[in-house]
Design a protein around this ligand. Structure first.
Ligand SMILES: C[S@@+](CC[C@H](N)C(=O)[O-])C[C@H]1O[C@@H](n2cnc3c(N)ncnc32)[C@H](O)[C@@H]1O
Length: 251
């Protein structure tokens, strides 16, 4: 799965190289097991122990053990529902998720949609371990069926290397990943380097995330435009505040 190649990167590194304080400090690791089903084009939480061929099981921490990616954020769940309702977005596409956390989105994609390939990535070492555990628990085997789970830290430096190894991608996704402004440029550098010319970037962000205008402005500097006509929200009030947003390269 690529463990041997991983660098010692932890999410709290983004708060500055000289940052000694661990803002995610917690001493005990306590896991929850979450069950989901994908029916009628929707992701839904299921009862404990739900198990049929369609169900998905995800290990998620009840407290943040030094990374926000150890638990499932709402953005991931909303992104899953969007993709299940719009399967053509993924069908036969080379697909990459950034900051994938527990891996929920990629697992849903692998079990219910039909990507040409799926790259589930995160920068944080502990998050990667948990995500790879979840992938296996759902009966998926990386390196088979065009699935891989490599480490990917955003920014120009890693982007070129990643593209040389994995090729350009048709769809790139990020859910609830931008909560400090210092990360915005790094994320766009990565998307700019790796997305094909006709590709789409899907972005979901709740209200605790970076100011969306700032994300749009930075995207424009890299030649990406927000396409509000292609955004998606379901009927819930929550999701209207929290749509799946779509970006394309400016032609
Ligand atoms: C709030 S979590 C969201 C996880 C998941 N997308 C979800 O919605 O459940 C943000 C994730 O982004 C990752 N991340 C943040 N900055 C990153 C960076 N510069 N490079 C790679 N991963 C990063 C973190 O490790 C974390 O797993």
């Amino acid at each position: 799965m690529g463990d041997g190649d991983d660098s010692e990167w932890r999410e709290y590194n983004i708060h500055g190289e000289n940052e000694q304080v661990d803002i995610f400090a917690s001493t005990e690791v306590d896991y929850d097991t979450l069950y989901y089903t994908c029916r009628d084009g929707r992701l839904q939480q299921a009862n404990e122990g739900a198990s049929d061929d369609d169900s998905i099981v995800v290990r998620s921490e009840t407290n943040w053990h030094k990374s926000t990616g150890m638990s499932v954020c709402r953005g991931s769940e909303l992104l899953c529902s969007y993709l299940l309702k719009h399967p053509y977005v993924i069908n036969n596409k080379r697909t990459l998720e950034l900051g994938c956390g527990t891996g929920l989105v990629g697992i849903v994609i692998m079990k219910h949609l039909n990507p040409a390939s799926m790259l589930l990535t995160d920068g944080d070492l502990e998050v990667l371990k948990n995500m790879r555990h979840n992938v296996q628990e759902n009966g998926l085997k990386p390196d088979e069926n065009h699935l891989a789970c490599p480490q990917l830290i955003w920014g120009k430096k890693s982007a070129q290397k990643f593209k040389d190894k994995n090729g350009a991608q048709d769809v790139i996704m990020a859910a609830d990943c931008l909560y400090i402004p210092q990360s915005i440029t790094n994320l766009w550098e990565l998307v700019d380097q790796v997305l094909t010319n006709t590709g789409v970037f899907l972005y979901v962000a709740g209200e605790t995330q970076c100011d969306f205008d700032r994300v749009v402005k930075s995207g424009l500097e890299f030649g990406f435009v927000h396409c509000p006509g292609e955004n998606w929200a379901d009927d819930s009030e929550e999701n209207k505040q929290y749509p799946v947003r779509l970006f394309r390269r400016k032609i």
